[in-house]
Write a protein that binds this ligand. Structure first.
Ligand code: FES
Length: 69
């Protein structure tokens, strides 16, 4: 199932891209940053509709992924 939901609005990174990075061996938030470019620009206040950084959401996705595996 495709998940095109945007997680990082600063870098336009979707949930699918984060899940792909996890499939490709990412284990930490820093791995996700390096592999997808998510959570690297820090313009969240201007660019994100929720006005905050995506990092807690990315950490949640990592935790859920690791629980499921
Ligand atoms: S929303 Fe991801 S770094 Fe701003």
């Amino acid at each position: 199932m495709k998940n095109e939901e945007i997680v990082c609005y600063c870098s336009n990174v979707t949930k699918d891209q984060i899940l792909d990075a996890l499939d490709n061996g990412a284990k930490t938030l820093n791995d996700i940053r390096r592999m997808t470019g998510a959570c690297t620009l820090g313009k969240c206040k201007e660019l994100s509709p929720i006005g905050k950084c995506c990092s807690p959401e990315i950490v949640d996705i990592i935790e859920q992924y690791q629980k499921g595996n």
